[in-house]
Design a binder for this molecule. Structure first.
Ligand code: ARG
Length: 459
C-alpha cells in the first residue's frame, strides 16, 4: 500500500512486497520504542517553544505518546503491516490515538536525525546497565581474592610451570582487565552522549529549533555541532562493538584458564552444578559448558564488530540506508555482553577450589629463579647467577632428584658464595613473599590491589 507510506507522496507504483520486507527494520528496531517516544516528546515540546504547535497540540502529542509507550510496555502494541520501522510505527499509532495533529510532530525532523538520536539514547542506557554488570563481576573477583588470599598455585608462562603465585593474584589479573573495560565503557558513554536531533535530514533544522533545550530534555551533555555529522556518525556503535570485543577477550581468556584448571589433569577447580552440564552418552561427565559458551560467544561478538566496520567503511557522506545495518550487530553484542557478564560472575563466585591440589602441582624447579636471586644477594652478577642456577637444575636432573636434595658441597662446587642458608630457598611461600614490590604476588601487595579495586568500586 504505497499510498499509506509516510513517504508515499512522490510514488505512483507499488513496492515489491519482497522489497517491503527487505526494507523493514521494525522486527529488530522495535527495541528502540522507548528512546523513540522520549525523543518525540522532547521534540513536541521544542516545536511548541517555537510556536509550531499550540500548547494544547503539544500536550495532546506528549500524552498520546505516553499512551503509545504504555502499550509497548504492557505488550499490547500491535505492529501493523506497513509499519516499516519503529519511527513509522509509533507515529502511525499516535495518529490513531490523537488524530491529525500527529501529522505535525515530524515538522523539521527527519528519520535520519531521529534514528541517530534514538540509537544514542538507547546505547547510553544499555551501556549503563552493562557497567553495573561489569562492576558486579569485578566485585565478585575482588571478594574471592580477599577470602582466598592464602591459597598458592603454580603460575604459568607458555603454559609451562614458571613461578609460584597466589591464586588471588591470578584472579585479580582479570579484575584489572575488567576494571580497564569499565573505564573504557564510561568514556564511551561520555563521548556518545551528544544530541543529533535538530539536524534534519542532513542540512539542519529550518524552524530555529532550540537544540540546547532538546539536549537538556534528553539528558545529553551537549549538541552535535554539525548536522551532516549528526545524521551520519555511528562511531559510537563501532566503539561499543570494540569495547564488547575487548571485554569478551578478557572473559574468553578467563574461561580458557578455568577450563584447563577444571580438567582432571590440573584439578585446581570444579564448577558449580549450576554452571555445568552432563553428557548425553557418558554418565561420568561434568562439562564446563558455561565457560565454553563464554569462549565461543566471544567469536560472535568479534564478528559483529568486523561486520559493522565493513558496512560503515566507504559510505558517502551523510545518511545512507546501509546505516540501518548498525542495529542488529549492536543489539546482539549488547545482549551477548549482558548475558556473558552475569554468567561469568556466577561461575566465578560459585566454583570450588582445591588448594591442596594446587600446592601439589608446585615443584622445586619453579624456585630456580630464587636460587639465582640468592646469589645476587651475595653480590654475584645476575647473568652469572642465572647460569649457575641452570647448572644446579641440570645437576639435580642428572641425579634424578630435585635441587633441594643437593648438598652444600654440590652448591659450593658451582659457586663459592653458596652458604648454609641456601637450604632456606626451598619454600614456595617465601618465594611468593619475596615478590613484594608494588604489583607483585606477596600477600601485602595483593592486599594493596584489593584495597585499590575496592576503593574504585565504591567511587
Ligand atoms: N530505519 C531506518 C534506519 O534504521 C530509519 C532511518 C530511515 N531514513 C531514511 N532516510 N530512509 O536507519
Amino acid at each position: 500500500m504505497t499510498s499509506a507510506k509516510l513517504w508515499g507522496g512522490r510514488f505512483s507504483g507499488k513496492t515489491d512486497p519482497l522489497m517491503d520486507k527487505f526494507n523493514a527494520s521494525i522486527n529488530f528496531d522495535k527495541k528502540l520504542y522507548e528512546a523513540d517516544i522520549l525523543g518525540s516528546q522532547a521534540y513536541a515540546k521544542a516545536l511548541a517553544r517555537r510556536n509550531i504547535l499550540t500548547t494544547e497540540e503539544k500536550d495532546s502529542l506528549v500524552n498520546g505518546l505516553e499512551d503509545v509507550l504504555k502499550e509497548w510496555r504492557e505488550g499490547t502494541f500491535i505492529i501493523r503491516e506497513g509499519d516499516e520501522d519503529i519511527h513509522t510505527a509509533n507515529e502511525r499509532r499516535l495518529g490513531e490515538i490523537v488524530g491529525s495533529v500527529a501529522g505535525k510532530l515530524h515538522t523539521g525532523r527527519s528519520r535520519n536525525d531521529q534514528v541517530a538520536t534514538d540509537l544514542r539514547l538507547w546505547a547510553r542506557e544499555e551501556a549503563k546497565k552493562l557497567l553495573v554488570y561489569l562492576k558486579q563481576l569485578i566485585g565478585a573477583a575482588v571478594e574471592r581474592a580477599g577470602k582466598e588470599i592464602d591459597v598458592i598455585m603454580p603460575g604459568y608462562t607458555h603454559l609451562q610451570r614458571a613461578q609460584p603465585i597466589r591464586w588471588s593474584h591470578w584472579l585479580l589479573t582479570y579484575a584489572w582487565s575488567w576494571q580497564a573495560d569499565a573505564e573504557r565503557l564510561s568514556q564511551i558513554i561520555d563521548r556518545l552522549n551528544l544530541l543529533p536531533l535538530g539536524s534534519g535530514a542532513l542540512a539542519g533544522n529550518p524552524f530555529n529549533i532550540d537544540r540546547e533545550f532538546l539536549a537538556k530534555e534528553l539528558g545529553f551533555k551537549d549538541v552535535i555541532q554539525n548536522s551532516l555529522y549528526g545524521v551520519s556518525d555511528r562511531d559510537f556503535v563501532a566503539e561499543i562493538l570494540f569495547w564488547s570485543s575487548m571485554t569478551m577477550i578478557h572473559i574468553s581468556r578467563f574461561s580458557e584458564d578455568l577450563i584447563l584448571y577444571s580438567t582432571s589433569e590440573f584439578g585446581f577447580v570444579t564448577l558449580a552444578d549450576a554452571y555445568s552440564t552432563g553428557s548425553s552418552l557418558m554418565p561420568q561427565k561434568k562439562n564446563p559448558d558455561s565457560l565454553e559458551l563464554l569462549r565461543g560467544k566471544s567469536g560472535r561478538v568479534y564478528g559483529q564488530l568486523s561486520g559493522f566496520l565493513m558496512t560503515y567503511k566507504g559510505l558517502p557522506s551523510t545518511y545512507n540506508k546501509d546505516l540501518q545495518e548498525d542495529k542488529e550487530p549492536l543489539f546482539d553484542a549488547v545482549d551477548t555482553l549482558a548475558g556473558s557478564l552475569q554468567i561469568t560472575a556466577g561461575v566465578l563466585s560459585t566454583l570450588t577450589i582445591y588448594p591442596e591440589r594446587m600446592k601439589q602441582n608446585l615443584s622445586i624447579d619453579m624456585l630456580a629463579t630464587d636460587l639465582a636471586e640468592y646469589l645476587v644477594r651475595k653480590g654475584v652478577p645476575f647473568r652469572e647467577t642465572h647460569h649457575i642456577a641452570g647448572e644446579a637444575v641440570r645437576l639435580a636432573e642428572d641425579r634424578n632428584t630435585t635441587m633441594d636434595h643437593l648438598t652444600l658441597e654440590d652448591f659450593k662446587q658451582l659457586h663459592l658464595a653458596f652458604e648454609d642458608d641456601v637450604s632456606l630457598i626451598w619454600d614456595y611461600e617465601k618465594s611468593i613473599e619475596n615478590r613484594c614490590s608494588l604489583g607483585g604476588t606477596s600477600k601485602q601487595t595483593v592486599k594493596e590491589q584489593i584495597v585499590k579495586l575496592t576503593k574504585w568500586l565504591n567511587e
